[in-house]
Design a protein around this ligand. Structure first.
Ligand code: NAD
Ligand code: AHE
Ligand code: ZN
Length: 372
């Protein structure tokens, strides 16, 4: 198949919110600096639903969504040296080129090399898509487009992993689990004894809980409007805002003698982001925004909240350097130092992808993994 167009199945989003359509898609061979990957398993993340909803200013249609997956390299383009056909890999929506201003800064995991192309749904080389249906181009998404049996990504967006690792599990290391763990370990740097509040107990929020537990937090307060109980991720107390008349920030301040040391917003709701900041302790409390909010939404608070020492931060992919650290996270999973299996509540096939999105919006679903 090397050098040839591959025709395979992919789920195409033609229009916002219209059911995805399983189509025969043509996938062009990788050009210089590109890698074609046979995707074996992909999970669904809330961000896929967000872009599909039409609320993402970078959303383009028709496109192939998906960014939490694992697969095997099928072929590589000219000049690609770090992976070869047969390598087991995780596509990384957050690239790491190790050469750009961002990568060299030592201050961020964001990479500038291919971001303009991935935001425009095309490849960097020729600003064109490698996906088409009968000659009509279909946009890429987040530089990954994993809802396809084959995808083409930039070489700076591929993490080569232990070939022994089960791809139906480690696919989750493409987004949600690292985001939550890294928000605690890299962005907030939660210390032993800290009091933590987590708004939104989906996969990202529960991975925050897992990270906070491993960091030695003394209290991990989970806040969700859905009183589902997920044990063993580390949440020590559960608060449902619907059980109270007073604002949730006040509930938390009262519960914690003045506020929490760290809070994490894992929903994408700007009023909850405000509550998450305002439940932080005066003088030092830090709030980390993880959730992705719709186009046009803005955050606000009284500046006095910051003047009096609270800190507002955000994180993308938990601050992890993707190509360098995803393989390390895979190794940690293999050594049973981090969980993955516990986040997988459903397993379906690509053909059932619309059902998988329905499940996401129901309680009781964390991650649904699709076999391609
Ligand atoms: P999810 O839908 O599985 O979880 C969200 C949770 O929030 C649900 O349990 C829901 O019941 C709860 N919730 C909704 N409204 C609430 C409210 N008003 N108060 C309290 N709880 C509420 O989503 P997920 O896949 O865990 O992703 C969470 C968010 O993080 C999404 O916005 C996603 O786009 C974003 N995300 C960001 C990054 C990043 O790098 N910054 C990475 C992954 C996901
Ligand atoms: N296109 C959206 C932004 C979406 C966003 O913030 N994405 C997160 C990852 S979410 C993964 O589930 C991210 O990493 N952002 C950094 C980046 O470079 O995109 C919008 O609203 O414009
Ligand atoms: Zn995601």
């Amino acid at each position: 198949t090397q050098g040839q167009v591959i025709t395979c199945k992919a789920a195409v989003a033609y229009e916002p919110n219209k059911p995805l359509v399983i189509e025969d898609v043509q996938v062009a061979p990788p050009q210089a600096g590109e890698v074609r990957i046979k995707i074996l398993f992909t999970a669904l993340c809330h961000t896929d639903a967000y872009t599909w909803s039409g609320k993402d200013p970078e959303g383009l249609f028709p496109c192939i969504l998906g960014h939490e997956a694992a697969g095997i390299v099928e072929s590589v383009g000219e000049g690609v040296t770090e992976v070869q056909p047969g390598d087991h890999v995780i596509p990384c929506y957050q690239a790491e080129c190790r050469e750009c201003k961002f990568c060299k800064s030592g201050k961020t995991n964001l990479c500038g090399k291919v971001r303009t192309a991935t935001g425009a749904g095309v490849m960097m080389n020729d600003r064109k898509s490698r996906f088409s249906i009968n000659g009509k181009p279909i946009y890429h998404f987040m530089g990954t487009s994993t809802f396809s049996q084959y995808t083409v990504v930039h070489d700076v967006s591929v993490a080569k992993i232990d070939p022994q690792a089960p791809l139906d599990k480690v696919c989750l290391l493409g987004c949600g689990v690292p985001t939550g763990l890294g928000a605690v370990w890299n962005t907030a740097k939660v210390e032993t004894g800290a009091i933590v509040a987590i708004f939104g107990l989906g996969t990202v929020g529960l991975a925050v809980a897992e990270g906070a537990k491993s960091a030695g937090a003394s209290r991990i307060i989970g806040v969700d409007i859905d009183s589902k109980k997920f044990d063993n991720f580390g949440v020590t107390e559960f608060v449902n805002p619907k059980d109270y008349d007073k604002p949730i920030q006040q509930v938390l301040v009262d519960l914690t003698d003045g506020g929490v040391d760290y809070s994490f917003e894992c929903i994408g709701n700007v009023s909850v982001m405000r509550a998450a900041l305002e439940c932080c302790h005066k003088g030092w409390g830090t709030s980390v925004i993880i959730g992705v909010a719709a186009s046009g939404q803005e955050i606000s608070t009284r500046p006095f909240q910051l003047v009096t020492g609270r800190v507002w931060k955000g994180t993308a992919f938990g601050g992890f350097k993707s190509r360098s650290q995803v393989p390390w996270l895979v190794d940690k999973y293999m050594m049973k130092e981090i969980k993955i299996d516990e986040y997988i509540t459903h397993n379906l096939t690509l053909g059932d992808i619309n059902k998988a999105f329905d499940l996401m919006h129901e309680g009781g679903c964390l991650r649904c993994v699709l076999k391609m």
